[in-house]
Design a protein around this ligand. Structure first.
Ligand code: SF4
Length: 61
């Protein structure tokens, strides 16, 4: 699964990075970025991050 973070919506809480750091990282502007596609092993966590984001900033790309 490939995810996309809406930069203008993300509040930089870091939750998605805590859930799956192999897919999400923090950018220098304090917003998260999905820098890598999910794999079979990480797709459950990516889905959890999408559901857990407090401002619904993550979408399936
Ligand atoms: S969980 Fe949502 S608001 Fe928090 S850093 Fe990730 S994309 Fe941004």
């Amino acid at each position: 699964m490939r995810a996309f973070v809406k930069d203008d919506v993300c509040i930089g809480c870091g939750m998605c990075i805590d859930i799956e750091p192999s897919v999400f990282k923090m950018k220098e502007n304090g917003k998260a970025e999905a820098y890598a596609p999910g794999t079979d092993e990480t797709d459950d966590n990516v889905a959890e991050a999408i559901e857990s984001c407090p401002v619904d900033a993550i979408e399936e790309a």
